[in-house]
Structure formats: C-alpha cells, structure tokens
Design a protein around this ligand. Structure first.
Ligand SMILES: NC(=O)c1ccc[n+]([C@@H]2O[C@H](COP(=O)([O-])OP(=O)(O)OC[C@H]3O[C@@H](n4cnc5c(N)ncnc54)[C@H](OP(=O)(O)O)[C@@H]3O)[C@@H](O)[C@H]2O)c1
Length: 251
C-alpha cells in the first residue's frame, strides 16, 4: 500500500472539535475514518455525511472509550467492515473538574487520572494486535500544553495529560521495533465547546495576548499536526510532542 490511501483510522471523540476536524482531514488524505462518539449521534452523522459528500469514506461508531467491552466491540465492528485499524488518534475528552487543588477532592483528581489512563490503555490495547501483525501503525494522543505549563484551575487536566504523555514515550520505545510510531499533539487553548466551558472572557483575552500569533488555535490547526504524525510521511518521529499553540509556550 502506498501513501495514506485506504488506511483505516480510528479517531476517538470525532463528533466535535479537534476530533471532527481530524476525521475530515484524514479522510481528505484518503484514509477510511471511524468517527467515534459518546452521545452525539447526530453530530457524528454530520461528520460522516460531510466526508462522504467530499468523496471520502467514514463510519460513525458509538462507544464509551472508558469501557473496555465497548472499545473491543468497536474494533470488532470496524474489523468486520474494513479490517484492522492502522491509525489510532485518541482524542476523546474525558470530563474533569476546573478548580484549585485546595477545593479539589481525591475523587475529582484521581477520577480524572484513572479515566484518562484507562481509556488510553483500553483503546491502545484494542488496536495493537492488528498493527503489530502487519508491522506498521501510527498512534497519536491528544495532550495539552497544560501538562508542562500550569494554568489556574487546570490541575486535574494537566496532571492526567502529563501521565498520558509519559505513557506515550514508553509505548514509543517499546513499539518502535514493530514499525509503530507513537506521538502526542499538545495544543494550547483551541476554539471548541470545551474552551467555551473552561475559559472565562478575561482568561481568553489574556491567553490571546500572550500568544505571539495572536489568536486561539482552530481545530483545523491541531488536525494538521495530527495528520502529519498519522501519515506515511512520518517515518522517523516517535516519542515526540508537537506544541500547537501559536507560540504561547516554546519548549
Ligand atoms: N479545546 C481545547 O482548548 C484543548 C486544548 C488542549 C487539549 N485538548 C484536548 O483535545 C481533545 C479534544 O478536545 P475538544 O476540545 O476538541 O473536545 P470537544 O469538542 O468537547 O469534543 C469531545 C469529543 O469527545 C467525545 N467524548 C467524550 N467522552 C467520550 C467517551 N467517554 N467516549 C467516547 N467519546 C467521548 C465527544 O463525544 P460526544 O459529542 O458524543 O459527547 C466529542 O466527540 C481532548 O483530549 C482535550 O483534552 C483540547
């Protein structure tokens, strides 16, 4: 197989925001895309319809990525229709509390870390057999700049995504001999429904003012970095993190 044409990509949480933009871009590059969602069947159907109208192939599949059985049944369903998954983009947003450490309970912090890692563990375990069998795979996780650079109220998100980033590095080391690359895309604030929930007006203005490129990211900006990591062109980058933040933080 050459290029990305025909590769099967699973994008978790693809009914909205970054996941939807990524699904559209991967499909435009010739991949067959699984548009996973939790409850927004209509929005997921619209992403699929847009892809098909543009000449691509996609299917919407409901599954809660925190549930092992649901993830396994998603992978079986895709396998029956299209064969094994070649590309995993794990993007689904696990909810979290926005508050200070002083006000936070262990259930809130520990619950987010557990759900974040349990979902990443479940989806990765489910896609690996087909990738290892064929000796090729691409895995991309959505991180956040907040795992390196704290922002008020974001301790639960930043801490859980920091764990996810290190998990990705360990997988990158272990899976490289099987032809599988593992990378992280870490956006700054992105114009999505999440940003509407977690950024008040003053924080939004402060974030834009601190960003050399002068705006928040659009989902499509993030999708471009994901698509690079997901494609054949990325033959030699693994265990890395791409910051998509307009220069807000430079590492
Ligand atoms: N937005 C930002 O500023 C920002 C910044 C840095 C990193 N990120 C990261 O980027 C990723 C996407 O964020 P976003 O802002 O694009 O989110 P979003 O627009 O709120 O979309 C979240 C997606 O995740 C799905 N989802 C939620 N829980 C799920 C579950 N248990 N199982 C399967 N799907 C589930 C949702 O499906 P339904 O619609 O069906 O609920 C939806 O498709 C997240 O990992 C987030 O942490 C976002």
């Amino acid at each position: 197989m050459t290029g990305t044409t025909g590769r099967v990509a699973l994008v978790t949480g693809a009914s909205s925001g970054i996941g939807a933009a990524t699904a559209r871009l991967l499909a435009a590059r010739g991949m067959r895309v699984v548009v996973n969602y939790l409850s927004s069947a209509k929005a997921a159907g619209e992403v699929v319809a847009d892809i098909e109208t543009a000449g691509g192939q996609a299917m919407a599949v409901q599954a809660d990525v925190r549930e092992v059985a649901a993830v396994e049944s998603l992978v079986e369903r895709v396998g029956a229709a299209w064969g094994g998954i070649d590309v995993l983009v794990h993007n689904a947003l696990i909810p979290y509390a926005v508050k200070s450490f002083q006000d936070m309970t262990w259930d809130e912090l520990g619950g987010k870390i557990d759900a974040e890692m349990h979902a990443a563990f479940a989806v990765t375990k489910a896609v690996l057999p087909a990738m290892t069998e064929q000796g090729w795979g691409r895995i991309v996780y959505l991180g956040t700049g907040l795992s390196r650079r704290p922002r008020k109220g974001m301790i639960a998100l930043g801490t859980s995504k920091a764990a996810l980033e290190q998990f990705a590095r360990y997988l990158a080391q272990e899976l490289a001999p099987q032809g599988i690359t593992v990378n992280v895309v870490a956006p700054g604030p992105v114009e999505t429904r999440t940003a509407d929930d977690v950024l008040d007006d003053a924080t939004r203005r402060q974030q834009v003012a601190a960003t050399p490129l002068g705006r928040l990211a659009h989902p499509a900006d993030v999708a471009q970095a994901v698509a690079f990591y997901a494609g054949e062109d990325n033959a030699f980058m693994t265990g890395t993190t791409a910051a998509v933040n307009g220069g807000l933080a430079m590492y």
